[in-house]
Design a protein around this ligand. Structure first.
Ligand code: BGC
Length: 753
């Protein structure tokens, strides 16, 4: 449209705008922006009416996301970002929160720019905002979808109350390589479970509707296949088949899209030669065309510039052109759209219609969030005071943390510990750690508020004497602290040894080639064990560790992950038996790094493992199976499975198969069990994994009680990408297996006809 044609409309808008300011400044200003003479109601219409008023520079501004100076995850920072806001060159800001602060920035946008379009405020609200919840991998081990939705909801409430509209979460990358530090941010190795968790988290963050002042937009990241980085090295190349992409890595993104996730974030990696940020196949073909996705796509941090390092663009102009044409709507922090797009559009290399489409997507979300109705909708100082660190939030964090822990070993019922008087030696570098209890991606968390294990145990084991000695640091070679810690251990009835990784040792840019306990922790534990006392190891870490040398030196091992703000209370709840552990691993723990990749749903190969056959698929020096497999986790109760019984041995395409089995709590303690069902497709037009999770139920079973569980299966659940890449279920024989983990033997067979 010609500029002069806009002038009357703009004049009208400014009149309305000025009037609305004088009438009610608190209510906000921009709703009227959208009221054109036609006065139509739909958001799309409103978006278009705003778009019509915009200059090219203003449009491009909406596609520019910059960090504020509060904190940032990379080296690059644009010092003049405030000037850019005033000039209408910024559509969104991240790393700014707190009502006072964001209000000031918002005021610049809605009072000083020509069109007064409100900013969006984003942040990495990954596992809690102020009240920190267990890291996402930990939470996934609860298999408790309601709990995960709740923790995302609480995180959203805290974040929204502090001025945020948008979180860069959930990370829905399937991750099977424990060397990759970012496994701590996801939901583990399984696609089926990953889809359900993606949905739960999106629903939790976004609430019932985005316009709610306590809802924030979620962001499915990192699209796509970031978790498949070669060698587990962060940002590394990804080269996988179309089949693995579609079968393993994409479904959680599709599940997030189906759950209404407002935004997607591109990943840093290349996928089969094309960096994800400029990958038209991913962004346009799959996301927009196949899935019909309507939200907007933001790049990851400075990812557009990184196309140069990938060797996918000769210069920044080409990088920008390739990204926008591929479908990356918003530029995070590279400031490249801002600098290069105007010229590209002017010379016709990027059609203005492409820019318009991206701007539409961004504006639509701003409308849906209620920002045009009230740009300050999430900036209420009262809410900020009331909604953060509430007792309800802290209690939820404690409960979810306890549910997320996985009991890996418990010989001679070493756990739970007695509550009667005894001497407990609490040793190890994480026994009184504060900061490390939150793990990575907890930037707004206040680590001073974290409850250390020492504090939690002192509060929970009030009749016992607790002697704390550190013994060693997390990650150095100094052994001078061993002696006094060992003395404390020899004077005790039981030793609790808190070991693990520092918070900085997992998360982004935290890949490790050796995933054993760092420093001299293993050596320290070996010394402790020699004293002959019962030893309970509590692990704080973000990824599966190689525990091969820890296992023989511990009577009990509790994988506590990074439990969050209430860490010490939650771990003590489990140690004391107030909470009976029920978590199960969502990622396999290898026996050593050389075994990687190791995950439960591998293929059988043409020469399956056979201990007596040299020429079978195996290593000479380590077994094939992981040390702890997917789905594994003990309880203080014991459970006995019987069944399964199948309702039919011959399943039609329209029928439902009922798989019935019983689980008996054979102990004297009530407990929860996560009963799992796996399926193996015995022969297909392409080979299938030895096991695929197809259902689970988390059930509470009283001591001595038997519960009958029924799972349903239809042909739909048996689909996969066949030799023609069609997503179908093929006729033939299937085995159904039920049990307490992925290494199950109780099974029966049926035929799909
Ligand atoms: C990470 C993203 C994160 C972004 C913004 C990047 O380095 O890969 O996951 O959302 O920074 O902080």
């Amino acid at each position: 449209m010609h500029r002069s044609a806009l002038i009357p409309t703009l004049a009208l808008i400014f009149c309305i705008h000025a009037a609305s300011i004088s009438q009610t400044s608190k209510k906000g200003i921009s709703p009227k922006l959208a009221v054109t003479s036609k006065g139509k109601g739909s958001l799309e219409f409103k978006v278009d009416s705003v778009l019509k008023l915009m200059t090219l520079e203003e449009k491009i501004g909406q596609l520019n996301l910059l960090t504020s100076d509060l904190d940032q995850t990379g080296a690059s920072m644009r010092p003049q970002y405030k000037e850019d806001i005033r000039k209408g060159k910024v559509g969104a800001i991240f790393n700014a929160y707190g009502v006072d602060y964001v209000r000031k920035l918002q005021k610049m946008a809605v009072e000083e720019t020509r069109l007064k379009i409100p900013l969006l405020f984003g942040y990495d609200v990954i596992h809690g905002h102020k009240t920190i919840f267990p890291n996402p991998l930990a939470e996934s081990c609860s298999w408790d979808l309601e709990a995960m939705e709740k923790s995302a909801r609480i995180a959203a409430i805290e974040a929204a109350s502090m001025g945020l509209d948008w979180t860069f979460a959930p990370m829905v990358d399937i991750a099977r390589d424990p060397r990759w530090g970012r496994v701590m941010e996801g939901a583990g190795e399984d696609t089926y479970l990953g889809c359900l968790i993606a949905k739960a988290r999106v629903t939790g963050f976004q609430g019932a509707k985005l316009s709610d002042p306590l809802s924030i937009m979620a962001c499915a990241k990192h699209y796509a296949a970031y978790g498949a980085a070669q060698g587990g090295r962060d940002y590394n190349t990804v080269d996988i088949s179309e089949r693995s992409l579609r079968e393993t890595y994409l479904p959680p993104f599709k599940a997030a899209a189906d759950a209404g996730v407002a935004t997607f974030m591109t990943s840093f990696n290349e996928l089969n030669g094309i960096p994800a940020t400029a990958n038209k196949y991913l962004l346009d073909q799959i996301l927009r065309k196949e899935w019909g996705y309507k939200g907007f796509v933001v790049t990851d941090y400075t990812a557009i510039m990184e196309l140069l390092f990938h060797g996918y663009a000769a210069d920044s102009v080409e990088a920008v052109k390739k990204s926008i044409l591929a479908g990356a709507d918003m530029d995070m922090q590279a400031s490249m759209y801002d600098q290069r797009l105007p010229a590209l559009v002017k010379k016709g290399a990027v059609p203005v219609s492409v820019i318009d489409e991206s701007v539409r997507r961004v504006l639509l979300k701003k409308f849906e969030l209620g920002l045009f109705a009230n740009p300050y909708v999430r900036m209420d100082a009262e809410r900020e005071k009331q909604n953060v660190f509430t007792t309800v939030n802290l209690t939820a964090s404690r409960e979810i943390a306890a549910k997320s822990m996985v009991l890996l070993k418990n010989d001679h019922n070493t756990l739970p510990l007695k509550l009667t008087a005894q001497k407990i030696a609490l040793v190890g570098p994480l026994a009184d750690a504060g900061r490390d209890m939150m793990g990575a991606w907890s930037a707004a968390g206040e680590w001073e508020k974290n409850v250390s294990l020492l504090k939690g145990m002192k509060g929970s084991f009030t009749s016992s004497q607790i002697e704390y000695k550190k013994g060693c640091e997390i990650n150095d070679t100094v052994r001078s602290g061993f002696a006094e810690a060992l003395t404390a251990c020899s004077n005790s009835d039981v030793v609790v040894c808190a070991l693990g990784e520092g918070a900085w040792q997992s998360g982004e840019a935290a890949s490790r080639s050796d995933i054993r306990l760092p420093g001299v922790q293993e050596a320290f534990l070996a010394e402790v064990k020699k004293l002959g006392k019962p030893v309970v190891v509590v692990l704080f870490n973000g990824r599966p560790l190689d525990l091969t040398d820890v296992l023989p030196n511990a009577d009990a091992i509790l994988e506590a992950w990074y439990p969050g703000t209430m860490a010490g209370w939650a771990v003590s709840d489990v140690l004391a038996g107030v909470v009976n552990p029920s978590g199960k691993l969502t990622i396999s723990f290898p026996r050593n790094v050389g075994q990687i990749p190791v995950y439960y749903n591998m293929k059988n190969t043409g020469r399956p493992f056979d201990a007596n056959n040299k020429y079978s698929s195996k290593y000479l020096d380590v077994r094939n199976d992981p040390l702890f497999t997917f789905g594994f986790g003990l309880s203080y109760s014991t459970f006995l499975y019987s069944g399964p019984k199948l309702s039919t041995k011959s399943l039609g395409y329209k029928d439902t198969l009922r798989v019935t089995f019983t689980v008996k709590n054979t102990s004297t303690r009530d407990g929860e069990e996560i009963a799992q069902m796996y399926v193996q497709d015995m022969a297909g037009s392409v080979t299938r994994p030895v096991n695929e999770l197809k259902g689970f139920q988390k059930v509470f079973i009283k001591a001595g009680e038997t519960k009958t569980l029924v799972f349903k299966l239809t042909a739909n659940d048996l689909r996969f990408y066949n030799e023609d890449m069609k997503f179908v279920a093929e006729k033939g024989l299937f085995t159904v297996k039920v049990g307490t983990c992925s290494d199950v033997t109780q099974s029966d067979e049926f035929e799909l006809r």
